[in-house]
Design a protein around this ligand. Structure first.
Ligand code: SF4
Length: 236
């Protein structure tokens, strides 16, 4: 069963409550329009974590350049990253921006992983979702979006990642929660969809694609696959 079938079968099981139906409809329109996104683009869970930290306030293309630098320096593993002097690490990740701050954040994560889990992501990811999220949020430089990206895309556990694209698209659709902050947007998805890692992965990836290409700051509504259901258009 693919993630679209799973989303539709979730809605069928739940008796078509309105929000579930709307969330599933948005997903169906996205998936039919864009197809599968195959996220997260990385070769290993550790690379996902590094990418999740580097992508803070950065375009993905610049993150890819920074990750390529780390790969070429053979520094994309916990031990090598720990041994790399801070200034050299900052230089390698320069393309991702805020490189001094991000070098410190990467070092903080590595220190935590070494001290608490002897560099074993497997042991770290054996925690349940609430414990894992709590621990990640206690590390310098890891906020809710980064923590949830790590949990979903590196640990493969079902948590919905919220970002600026998601908030913008759902606000324009007229589906944002009354107090639109990270936690309430996350609850919107997690309380109305089954906890399905593959579905959450694909849904978030599709939202990012749509936010980058169509529902931009100035939206390209005439090219939008959601135009029949979007409040932003209905209210114009
Ligand atoms: S119709 Fe326009 S505002 Fe609504 S989701 Fe599409 S691009 Fe965004």
């Amino acid at each position: 069963m693919d993630s679209l079938e799973r989303a539709e079968s979730d809605t069928g099981r739940s008796g078509h409550r309105p929000l579930e139906r709307q969330l599933t409809e948005v997903y169906r329109l996205f998936f039919n329009h864009y197809g599968p996104q195959h996220w997260w683009p990385a070769d290993s869970p550790f690379e996902v974590i590094v990418g999740a930290i580097l992508t803070q306030s950065a375009a993905w293309g610049n993150v890819e350049k920074a990750i390529l630098n780390l790969k070429q320096a053979e520094a994309l593993d916990p031990l090598s990253l720990r041994q790399l002097p801070l200034d050299e690490l900052a230089e390698l990740i320069y393309p991702s921006g805020y490189y001094n701050a991000k070098a410190l954040k990467l070092k903080s994560f590595i220190e935590y992983l070494g001290n608490a889990y002897q560099d074993s992501l497997e042991r770290l990811f054996s925690l349940d979702v609430p414990s894992l999220r709590r621990e990640l949020l206690s590390i310098h430089g890891i906020g809710p979006e980064t923590a949830d990206s790590i949990i979903l895309y590196a640990a493969h556990k079902p948590v919905f990642v919220i970002d600026a694209y998601t908030q913008r698209i759902f606000s324009r659709l007229g589906l944002s929660p009354p107090r639109g902050n990270y936690a309430t947007f996350q609850a919107l998805f997690m309380e109305n969809l089954s906890p399905d890692e593959k579905l959450f992965n694909e849904y978030h990836a599709l939202l990012v694609r749509h936010g980058k290409e169509v529902c931009k700051k100035v939206p390209l509504c005439d090219q939008c696959c959601l135009r029949q259901i979007c409040l932003h258009l209905i209210q114009r």
